[in-house]
Every structure is written in C-alpha cells, then in structure tokens.
Design a protein around this ligand. Structure first.
Ligand SMILES: *Cc1c(COP(=O)(O)O)cnc(C)c1O
Length: 362
C-alpha cells in the first residue's frame, strides 16, 4: 500500500453514527450527518445512510454534487449560505439550504422559479457565537419577506455555536431558539419542521438531563467521524475515536543533534515554539508528509515518538528508543483540522474498508 494514506474504517463510522442517532432519537432529535470533512465521499455517505441517516449536510455545493452524481439517495442540505453566484446550482442539487441574507434568499427564489422547483430554506439565527445568522430581532421581518417569495418553502430555523468564538450551547441560548420557533409559528400560523440546535458541540446539552424544548435536529460531523465532542475534545462514551487514522512513511532515519547550528532566522512557516531543550543526539526520523497533506499540529504520534516539526513536505520526529528504518510506516491519530486537510489533499490516498465484510450498497 502506498503512503501517505488515510485508513478509514467504515464499520467504526457506521457504529458511531448509529449510536448517536439512537441516543438523540430518545430525546426526539434527528441527526443531519455533515459530510464536508469527507469532501462528499459517496462511500462514507452510503455508510451514514445505512446507519439510519436520512439527511446529509454539507457546506459546499461541490460535495453535494459529487454525492448526487454518485446516486446517494438522501435529502441534501447546504449548511453554509449559498453564494449568490451559486444559487442556480443550490436549487438543483440541494433540497434545502441554510440562509441568513435576504439577497441570497431572493436569488434562490428566482433560481428555483427558473428551474421549476421548490427549494427549502432554514433560517439561521445569531445566538452569540458571531458567525452566521440573522439577529433575533430581525427574524420576523425576514420570515415575512421569505413567505412572499415564490418557489421557496420555510423549513425551519437553526443556529450555530461553538465555531468562531466557542460559545457553549446551554439552556439560555437553546431556550431562546425554541422561543423564536414558537413565536414565528404563532405569528405566521405555520409549522416549522426543523429546529436545528447546532453541531457536535451541542451533544452535551442535547443529551443532558433536561428539557430540550423545540430543538429536534443536530448537524453532526466531527462526533461521527472522530468520536469526540469538540468543546473539551473528550472521547464520547461508546464511540470509536480511531475510525480514521493517518499512515506516513519514513524517508530518512539518522542520529542527529537535537539542536540546530548556525545563525537562526524564520522557519518555512514562520517561527513556532521556542527551540526544545538540548537532548544531545537523538534518533531523528523524517516522514514524507507535511503541511500540504495535513495539519502537523493536529497529529498524535504513537507512544515513544515525539513530533518535532514540519514543513511543506517533511514531518520530523524523535523516534526515541524505537529506531524507525527508512521505508517503515508510522500511524497517527488525527484531530479535526488534521483530518480535514488530509481528506482534502490529493496526495493522501484514502483507503476504506472493514465494513463487517458486507458489501456497501447505497
Ligand atoms: C461544519 C458544520 C457543522 C458540523 O460541525 P461538527 O462540529 O463537525 O459536528 C454543523 N453545522 C454547520 C453550519 C457547519 O458548518
């Protein structure tokens, strides 16, 4: 097998998705599986549907198009506001899009009219994280205008926390979302099918021991793929945290001093951590993987191996007592950032397998 590669255990992803679906179903909450980190892999989409997911969410229309062309039969939600320049693609390939700008919503309406389709809209509400969303006081006016536009269907409202500022989902902001849903329904005499409370950082709140109000949907990416919750980055009980691992190959292995010599300026990617303490000579290995393939800062090496630094194409490790000969492979655990970049890099092969020996069918 060639390196670098991501080894993707489809059985473990299936397991993670099923467990989260079950736990949230007990609270009346459905799961939209978010596929952006997989750049729309039809195999992974297929596994998610087999696990019981009905709706896939992706921030990029390109990924939704990839899955559609591969015949993935799910409701597709574009979870980032469409660009004005993408509205025609959005209404053709996505069933629903998440929106916060009337200008875009008007564009979707005309595009949907031209395409002779109806398009679902979820309005995003700003509840403090200061990323996307209509300010709560402007929601009613936005709904009023949306309802006057042809070929659009108001599907619901949603919010996104814990991404830009790390604002934690809690009773206060989630109750505000429920209250807004009730108010819109009453004012306009309609039913909102979707009240989407947030992303993986919302799991602790949603599964906590309290009333979840009107929240009936979460959009989950990281928790399904990596088995951890993003607020403290702790593993979620009963989930696999090693469904996706990164394998890289050693291309140089030598005893070298731990300290550089010569006058020091900036490194390839600017100055990082201050130089490590002098450890004398160490067994240094170089792996053929770098910033162009992954986020080196998000890799976790096996016990006994320390990551020392990285540039575009080289990852340098102290292999300690375990000499790593040229040609040997080292396996790393990844955080979200490292996984996202490795999934996106054309230089990293994706090897999928181990779905309980069963064939994958969509
Ligand atoms: C990426 C994203 C998600 C999924 O977030 P995770 O933390 O990976 O679960 C959900 N909603 C929106 C709007 C997103 O952009």
């Amino acid at each position: 097998m060639s390196a670098p590669r991501l080894e993707i255990n489809l059985h473990k992803i299936h397991h993670n998705a099923s467990i989260l679906i079950q736990r949230l179903a007990a609270r009346g909450i459905s799961v939209t599986a978010v596929t952006k980190a997989t750049i729309g892999s039809p195999e992974i989409a297929c596994i998610l549907l087999n696990a019981g997911i009905n709706t896939l969410g992706d921030s990029r229309i390109e990924n939704i198009e990839t899955m559609r062309r591969a015949g993935v039969a799910a409701t597709m939600s574009l979870i980032r506001s469409p660009m004005l320049s993408h509205v025609a693609r959005a209404v053709i390939y996505a069933d629903i899009s998440f929106n916060s700008e009337l200008e875009v919503i008007r564009g979707l309406s005309s595009a949907a009219q031209k395409a002779k389709r109806n398009h679902g809209v979820v309005l995003m509400v700003e509840l403090g994280d200061l990323r996307e969303g209509i300010m709560p006081g402007d929601l009613e006016q936005t709904v009023r205008e949306l309802l006057s536009l042809p070929n659009l269907v108001l599907k619901g409202i949603g919010t996104n926390l814990a991404c830009r500022s790390g604002v934690t989902p809690d009773d206060r902001n989630m109750t505000e979302l429920s209250t807004l849903a009730d108010a819109i329904e009453e004012k306009f005499n309609l039913t909102l099918d979707i009240v989407s409370g947030g992303n993986s950082p919302n799991l602790n709140w949603a599964l906590g021991n309290h009333d979840t109000g009107r929240v009936n949907n979460l959009r989950l990416g990281e928790s399904i793929l990596l088995g951890c919750e993003p607020l403290q980055r702790l593993p979620i009980e009963g989930l696999h945290t090693d469904a996706i691992t990164l394998v890289a190959e050693v291309i140089e292995s030598k005893d070298k001093p731990s300290q550089p010599w010569g006058k020091l300026g900036q490194t390839a990617f600017g100055q990082r951590a201050p130089p490590a303490a002098d450890q004398g000579r160490i067994t240094q290995a170089i792996l053929a993987i770098g910033e162009q393939d992954t986020d080196p800062g998000g890799l976790q090496a096996p016990a006994g191996i320390d990551i020392l630094g990285a540039s575009s194409d080289h990852l340098i490790v102290n292999s300690g007592q375990c000499h790593q000969p040229v040609g040997s492979e080292i396996r790393f655990q990844l955080n979200y950032s490292a996984m996202l970049r490795a999934m996106t890099s054309p230089f990293v092969e994706k090897v999928m397998g181990a779905y309980d020996g069963k064939a994958i069918t969509c």
